[in-house]
Design a protein around this ligand. Structure first.
Ligand SMILES: C[S@@+](CC[C@H](N)C(=O)[O-])C[C@H]1O[C@@H](n2cnc3c(N)ncnc32)[C@H](O)[C@@H]1O
Length: 225
C-alpha cells in the first residue's frame, strides 16, 4: 500500500514538475514572440539585409560583376561571430530580463544610428566611386584619384565612420548592453589599426597632397588621428 502511495506521489510530483516546465517554457516563448522582440529582431534583420545587399549592388555597379567576391558582402567569420553573440545576448536577456528590452527611447536612438550610419557609408561609397575598394589597395593604379570632395571633405574615412555608427547602432537598437560595449571596443580597435595601414599606402600614392589633406580633415573615427 505504501509503495503504491509513494508511486502515486512520485508520479503526481512528476506531473507537477512537467506543468511547471511547460509554464516556464510558454512564458519564455511569449517573451520571445512578444511585440518588442518581433519589432526589434525584424528591424535588425532588415538593417542587415539592406546593408549587405546594397554593398553588393554598389560594388557591382562600380567594379563589375567579375571583380566582386563574397568579401564585397563584408561577411567575415568575426562579423558572423559578433552578430551570433549579440543574438544570443538578446535571447537570454529577453527571457530573463524582458524589461531591459522595453526602453523604446534607447531602441529608437539605435534605429536612428543605423539609418545615419548607413547614409554616411553609402555616401562615401558613391562619392569615391571606383576609388572605393573593399580590399585596401597596396599598389597605385592609374584610375585611382585622391578623393577630397563631398563627404570626404568632412572626414577622411566616412565609410568607416558610417560602419562604426551603424554597427554600434544595431546593438543600441536591440538594447544589448554587453554587445554595445563589445562592438564599440572591437570595431574601434579594428579601424584604429586599419586606418594607419591604409594611410601608409595613400601617403605613398599621393605624397604631399595626402599629407596636406590629412592635416586638414579629421579621420571620422573617434580618437583616431
Ligand atoms: C574600404 S575603402 C575605405 C575608404 C575610406 N577609408 C573610407 O572610410 O571611406 C578602402 C580603399 O579606399 C581607398 N581610399 C581611402 N581613402 C581614399 C581617398 N581619400 N581617395 C581615394 N582613395 C581612397 C584606399 O586606397 C583603399 O583601397
Amino acid at each position: 500500500m505504501f509503495s503504491s502511495l509513494a508511486l502515486h506521489l512520485t508520479s503526481r510530483s512528476t506531473v507537477l514538475a512537467i506543468h511547471k516546465i511547460n509554464a516556464v517554457f510558454l512564458n519564455n516563448m511569449t517573451e520571445i514572440f512578444s511585440y518588442t522582440a518581433c519589432r526589434q529582431l525584424s528591424q535588425l534583420l532588415t538593417s542587415i539585409i539592406f546593408f549587405h545587399v546594397s554593398e553588393y549592388i554598389l560594388a557591382i555597379t562600380f567594379h563589375g560583376r567579375s571583380s566582386v567576391t563574397l568579401s564585397s558582402l563584408l561577411i567575415s567569420k568575426n562579423y558572423l561571430f559578433a552578430m551570433a553573440f549579440s543574438l544570443l545576448e538578446y535571447i537570454v536577456e529577453i527571457i530573463f530580463f524582458p524589461g531591459l528590452k522595453d526602453h523604446w527611447r534607447v531602441s529608437n536612438i539605435g534605429l536612428v544610428m543605423i539609418i545615419i550610419g548607413e547614409i554616411i557609408r553609402k555616401m562615401a561609397i558613391i562619392t569615391a566611386g571606383r576609388a572605393f575598394t573593399h580590399l585596401i589597395r597596396i599598389y597605385h593604379v592609374d584610375d585611382h584619384p585622391l578623393i577630397t570632395h563631398g563627404i570626404y571633405s568632412v572626414v577622411r574615412h566616412p565609410s568607416y565612420c558610417g560602419f562604426f555608427i551603424w554597427s554600434v547602432g544595431t546593438q543600441v537598437m536591440l538594447c544589448n548592453p554587453i554587445s554595445t560595449l563589445g562592438f564599440i571596443v572591437v570595431v574601434w580597435n579594428f579601424f584604429a589599426r586599419r586606418i594607419p595601414y591604409e594611410e601608409f599606402f595613400l601617403r605613398q600614392f599621393f605624397g604631399p597632397e595626402y599629407e596636406e589633406y590629412a592635416r586638414r580633415v579629421p579621420s571620422g573615427v573617434p580618437f583616431v588621428k
